[in-house]
Design a protein around this ligand. Structure first.
Ligand code: PLP
Length: 395
């Protein structure tokens, strides 16, 4: 945006680093969606990945109680409440059987996106080579660009379980950092122990950092628990992993997550953050502690809910002749566009124009996402059934 009026004779412009960001590829579909809704059409939104359920009452109660306590009203200490870090360590030990040092290996973040976006400023020098996957969560790219890093894309292919080919990364020179995200958004793929072992060994040998984004650690199906990269021997020498309460406990708006792993990487993030923010609201940290102590049923019910929706959607679409591989984790269905369609965008547009259904075009996550669409399981079963009925007329 620029202004140029008589009272303001010079033009205000965005900094080059903002101008250089890639175009936001969801603009077109966002605009079409808003237009449809403005016309009063009953739009089924399978586009956004934000849980439709409210945060659990026991967590809201904990926030209310903590907010009444004036001690929570001050600047939070940079590295978060010790009690929160202890609870994170406890949760991590129970879930992954990995011990974390509460003083040096854990740092709470204002949502994991915040931590992921700030880390490169503490670790990447201009022109450093950073390997990202294609497709990938759109927040990664700008954070590397802001730090001046040089992005190299490796494709995620269905034939390789949407895991990057480690031998390709091993063949690259001077890699500084590799960012991986499993369970994956948008493909819903999970990492295997073999893949993580290969990646960690390669990182140790070649001397690069691994950043792992595990925002969907608790959203998995058929009882197959995703593993943490920190479970791999030697991972703590090279890796930092980001976790979040957002998807696990329906807390996307609360902004709480954490980084854990290699102490130097954790310290770099902490130092960057100390110059940007003054911690997470203490009452939210206290509610976060209560969330992490939730009974196992809390996340079990979430998984059952999504699994049920997944099965309804997949079975429904298969009934229409659209062959889709069911996701193993996360709450997305990553589907090859149906027969008769020529691109991701054409498919998304046709679904919206002809059946008032929003799906995300795969190319918005990177070039390798072309030929796919992403459907989020964050609407009710009734809406999913309606969506299938409507698609019967399009497919
Ligand atoms: C939702 C999401 C996140 C982050 O969430 P926060 O709310 O910032 O913790 C991180 N990574 C991926 C891939 C996501 O889809």
């Amino acid at each position: 945006m620029s202004t140029n009026t008589e009272s303001n004779p010079f033009t205000i412009e965005f900094a080059d680093r903002l101008k250089e960001l890639p175009p936001y590829l969801f603009v077109e579909i966002d605009r079409a969606k808003r237009a449809a809704m403005a016309q009063g059409r009953d739009v089924i939104n399978l586009g956004i990945g934000d849980p439709d359920y409210p945060t659990h009452p026991h967590i809201i109660e904990a926030l209310k109680e903590a907010a009444q306590d004036p001690d929570t009203h001050h600047y939070a200490l940079d590295n978060g409440l010790l009690e929160l870090r202890e609870e994170i360590a406890n949760w991590f030990q129970n879930r992954f059987n990995v011990a974390l040092d509460v003083e040096t290996e854990i740092h709470p973040c204002i949502g994991s996106k915040e931590g992921i976006a700030h880390l490169p400023l503490g670790i990447i020098n201009p022109k450093d080579k950073v390997v990202l996957t294609d497709p990938a969560y759109p927040a990664y790219r700008p954070s590397i660009q802001f730090a001046g890093g040089k992005i190299v894309n490796v494709p995620l292919k269905a034939g390789n379980g949407f895991l990057p080919d480690v031998s390709k990364i091993a063949a690259m020179k001077d890699v500084k950092m590799v960012l991986v995200n499993y369970p994956n958004n948008p493909t819903s793929a999970t990492a295997t122990k073999e893949f993580y072992t290969e990646l960690v060994n390669c990182a140790r040998e070649k001397g690069f950092i691994i950043v792992s984004d595990m925002a969907y650690s608790e959203v998995y199906y058929d009882g197959e628990k995703p593993i943490s990269i920190l479970e791999i021997e030697g991972a703590k020498d090279v890796a930092i992993e980001f976790h979040s309460l957002s998807k696990t406990y329906y807390m996307t708006g609360w902004r709480i997550g954490w980084a854990c792993g290699n102490p130097t990487l954790v310290a770099a993030l902490a130092k960057v953050k100390s110059n940007f923010d003054s911690g997470i609201f203490t009452a939210i940290q206290k509610a976060g502690i209560v969330a992490l102590r939730s009974a196992p049923e809390v996340t079990e019910e979430m998984r059952e809910l999504y699994q049920d929706r997944r099965d309804y959607l997949i079975n429904g679409l298969r009934g229409l002749g659209w062959k889709i591989t069911p996701p193993k984790a996360a709450f997305y269905v990553w589907a090859k566009i149906p027969k008769g369609f020529s691109s991701s965008m054409e498919t998304s547009k046709a679904f919206l124009d002809k059946s008032d259904i929003v799906v995300t075009p795969g190319n918005g996550f990177g070039e390798a996402g072309e030929g796919y669409v992403r459907m989020a399981l964050t609407v009710s079963k009734e809406r999913i059934n309606q969506a299938v009925e409507r698609l019967a007329k399009v497919l």
